[in-house]
Design a protein around this ligand. Structure first.
Ligand code: PMP
Length: 313
């Protein structure tokens, strides 16, 4: 039994039971949809639910939709307003995950992107940790390769592409790891199964570049910003070799779902000294204060749900 009672579907907020599609839906048959994963954090002191970097997520959704030739009748600002309305109606007082979905909704057979109707839907569910490993997670390099820009553009958050992520995640877990590190076809590092990754080498914070078939992560951009502003560290974006993980001082995964997860074992070896490193720890602490609306300087990244509801009333 789910805790959520509503969805945005067919242009309005409806009871979740009414948000259903036909088995003939194009996106269900061919993976022709795109989506976002957004988090909202409950702040008990402020009695407020803050949605983190809401507009950036919808800007990315609109870019993904553009890749798939899905035309949505909403602007990013309108999508933000719909999200706040849906969350206020659910009335959650706990951490929540928001899933907007733009998809080829037409019930028709035929593989193509053109001449197909699109639709937009969204639901929200209470959500905790994606990887529950406070002492640090383990990761293994996957035998699966990352999708490539000329086959399936990784910079779009496309539903069908997540078969690649699912193959890597399931293999990693079957092998006893918490998460996968996925390489590009050229054998260099792309990212995790559903998150970006960063390493620390000799005090330098390093991540893979946007042309390494990664999703251009919003958490990645957030960390780039706060590492510079708060820790005085420039994020270096360059190719990372597999063996660099074996000699790195620190490593962590970052993404909306995964949040910040320090990695302390890679391919059954200790990563660095096998404990969470100081830079990972500082970024971790800072990130969780920011998303929960506890850092006044970054409140412009946090959209309050209930203040919005009172203002609109
Ligand atoms: N890469 C992939 C493949 C992902 O699915 C995600 C999660 N959206 C990310 C990276 C991280 O992106 P973000 O920080 O915007 O959530």
């Amino acid at each position: 039994m789910n805790d959520n009672r509503y969805a945005f579907f067919g242009g309005q907020i409806v009871p979740i039971e009414q948000a259903k599609v036909s088995i003939m839906t194009h996106a269900l048959n061919y993976g022709t949809g795109c989506f976002e994963g957004i988090r909202a954090y409950w702040n008990p002191e402020a009695e407020e639910l803050y949605v983190f970097r809401l507009k950036e997520h919808f800007e990315r959704l609109l870019r993904s939709a553009r890749l798939l030739l899905i035309e949505l009748p909403y602007t990013a600002d309108e999508l933000c307003a719909i999200t706040l309305e849906l969350l206020a109606k659910e009335g959650f007082h706990q951490d929540t995950y928001i899933r907007p979905l733009a998809f080829k909704s037409q019930p028709v057979v035929g593989v193509r992107l053109h001449d197909l109707e699109g639709d937009f839907a969204m639901f929200c569910v209470p959500f905790g940790k994606y990887i529950e490993k406070p002492e640090g997670a383990s990761a293994g390099v996957s035998s699966w390769r990352r999708i490539e820009d000329n086959t399936m553009p990784a910079r779009g958050k496309i539903t069908g592409s997540y078969v690649n992520s699912a193959l890597a995640k399931t293999e990693a877990m079957a092998n006893g790891f918490d998460e996968a590190v996925v390489l590009n076809a050229d054998g260099h590092i792309a990212e995790g199964s559903a998150e970006n990754l960063m390493i620390v080498r000799d005090g330098q914070l390093v991540t893979t570049p946007v042309y390494a078939n990664i999703l251009e992560g919003i958490t990645r951009a957030t960390i780039k910003h706060i590492a510079k502003e708060q820790l005085g560290l420039d994020l270096v974006e360059r190719q990372i070799d597999r063996s660099e993980l074996y000699v790195a001082d620190e490593m962590f995964f970052c993404g909306t779902g995964v949040e910040v997860v320090p990695v302390t074992r890679i391919d059954h070896r200790p990563l660095g000294d096998g404990r969470i490193g100081p830079i990972s720890q500082q970024i971790y602490d800072l990130y969780f204060r920011i998303v929960r609306g506890q850092e006044p300087r970054y409140m412009n990244w946090c959209s309050p749900v209930y203040q919005h509801a009172t203002q609109a009333a």
